[in-house]
Design a protein around this ligand. Structure first.
Ligand SMILES: [Zn+2]
Length: 154
């Protein structure tokens, strides 16, 4: 066998140098029971968000207890509904990968009728949002996260 994964993979999975543990990634638009949801600055779709497990380093979904897993998916569900309300996609995708940053997170990916890969996963070609666009999207998500507040209303 020729190893193809990085030599430090086991250390990274155990949390060594984990950027999600040490870097808050800015302000979450939603803080759930066990995770925080952030708008992605390097996005592959309008409204691309990630839901990051909070509290300790967990590399794989299987590292959660059954109770944590239920709470985590409930948080993903809540954050995804906010993304859906704001961006009105034609479909939603969810990717739980962790191949680059092995700290449990789900990518919430709105799909649009004019996106480049109908019927397939989106190609992983992130574009960095400029600051006004990022702030505009984040403001809408933050409003959507308020209890019973319609989008666009303060
Ligand atoms: Zn971590």
């Amino acid at each position: 066998m020729t190893r193809t994964w990085p030599e430090d993979w086991d250390a990274r999975k155990s949390g060594a140098g984990c950027s999600f543990c040490t870097n808050r990634r800015g302000t979450p638009f939603y803080a759930g029971a066990v995770s925080d949801a952030f708008l992605e600055r390097h996005a592959i779709a309008r409204g691309h968000a990630i839901v990051v497990f909070r509290g300790r380093h967990v590399a794989d979904f299987t590292g959660l207890t059954a109770e944590e897993a239920a709470a985590y998916w409930s948080d993903v569900h809540a954050a995804a509904r906010m993304v859906e309300r704001v961006f009105a996609p034609c479909h939603m995708n969810y990717q739980l990968l962790g191949n680059l940053v092995p700290h449990l997170h789900v990518h919430v990916l709105p799909r649009y009728l004019d996106d480049p890969a109908p019927g397939k996963p989106l190609p992983w070609e992130p574009k960095t949002l400029d600051e006004p666009e990022f702030e505009s999207q984040l403001r809408l998500l933050t409003i959507a996260a308020r209890p019973k507040s319609p989008v666009g209303q303060p």
